[in-house]
Write a protein that binds this ligand. Structure first.
Ligand code: ZN
Length: 80
């Protein structure tokens, strides 16, 4: 794809590697984002990928800088 100097920000964050409640900071602007926050004030869901009836990927946009962040690592459940 051709994206020269266009504010391209597309990190992938593995939630399995994130501490505590799964919240994390936008790699670009540092906004705190929590997937459990359903108000969408801090982020917007762009796309979801489901496999085996489980959420496997979530693509969100940071509400502050628009950074498009892909979240993975949803497969772990509490004390599975
Ligand atoms: Zn951001």
């Amino acid at each position: 794809m051709n994206n020269p100097d266009e504010n391209k920000c597309a990190p992938i964050i593995d939630l399995a590697a994130v501490d505590s409640d799964g919240s994390f900071h936008c790699p670009k602007c540092g906004t705190s984002i929590s997937p459990d926050d359903e108000t969408e004030e801090n982020y917007k869901i762009l796309d979801t990928v489901v496999s085996n009836n489980e959420l496997s990927e979530l693509v969100i946009a940071c509400g502050k800088c628009g950074c498009k962040i892909t979240l993975t690592g949803f497969q772990q459940s509490l004390e599975a």
